[in-house]
Design a protein around this ligand. Structure first.
Ligand SMILES: [Zn+2]
Length: 240
């Protein structure tokens, strides 16, 4: 399949944004965001305003309406300055999906069932169509740890993992700290994908995704064991 009309059945409304450009690399990622604006019309207006220089391919309302703003073959402007697995231009390689949500600024809370129910089939189609590795279905905070915390610790990654749309939480954790020292921990964190320029922010972003119950910014044995298992699963071909 190639991009185009085949996904129309999952799209309820088109709100075309002028904020997009040429991709320089093939699609290999999907990035999940929250809008941190209410109501959703305000977020749509902003993503269609040339002066804002922001956009996304899709926005999903809390009621589960899927709105397309930018065609998938175009580079939307959702990730900003970003980095993942050696790629410094995440916008060029990704599909950006915004979730209508108040965010941390306007009262952080869980995501609406109807919204996640709409996200799952859309993401399933995208992951299949572009053969996106599960380790490349990420949150904005994963690719911009110094600037962003969306979609945040209440985003239900487990529900996406149930459908094989992102990596599941690591199991069979090693006892004790599997890395020799903090230097090798951060090397491994970068190898998994994260920008480690700001080490505390990188650990916070990792925790927000992989141990959302407690966000400290400090590496410890548990965090190291989770990272070790994630890398081991990938190296042994259980995930990619
Ligand atoms: Zn974002």
């Amino acid at each position: 399949m190639s991009g185009g009309m085949n996904d129309d059945e999952l799209v309820h409304r088109e709100v075309p944004s002028p904020n997009h450009g040429e991709r320089t690399l093939p699609i290999s990622m999907a990035v999940i965001h929250y809008t941190e604006m209410q109501p959703v019309e305000a977020a749509l207006e902003r993503m269609c305003d040339p002066a804002s220089s922001v956009s996304a391919h899709y926005c999903i309302t809390e009621a589960g309406e899927v709105i397309r703003l930018v065609p998938e073959d175009r580079r939307a402007w959702h990730a900003g300055a970003s980095y993942w697995r050696g790629i410094p231009d995440v916008n060029s390689v990704s599909i950006g999906i915004e979730l209508d949500h108040p965010g941390h600024a306007l009262g952080y809370r869980g995501f609406a069932e109807a919204q996640i129910d709409a996200l799952i089939p859309l993401l399933a189609r995208i992951v299949k169509q572009y053969d996106i590795p599960r380790a490349n279905v990420v949150g904005h905070s994963c690719v911009a740890p110094m600037r962003k915390i969306d979609p945040g610790e209440l985003f239900p990654w487990d529900r996406l993992a149930d459908y094989n749309l992102c990596l599941p939480r690591a199991e069979c954790l090693a006892a004790g700290d599997p890395f020799h020292n903090e230097g090798s921990f951060f090397m491994a964190l970068e190898r998994f994908g994260y920008d480690i320029t700001d080490q505390a922010k990188a650990v916070e972003a990792f925790e927000r995704r992989w141990r959302p119950e407690r966000i400290t910014g400090l590496p410890n044995g548990e965090i190291a064991a989770i990272l070790w298992q994630l890398l081991l699963d990938r190296d042994q071909g259980r995930t990619r």
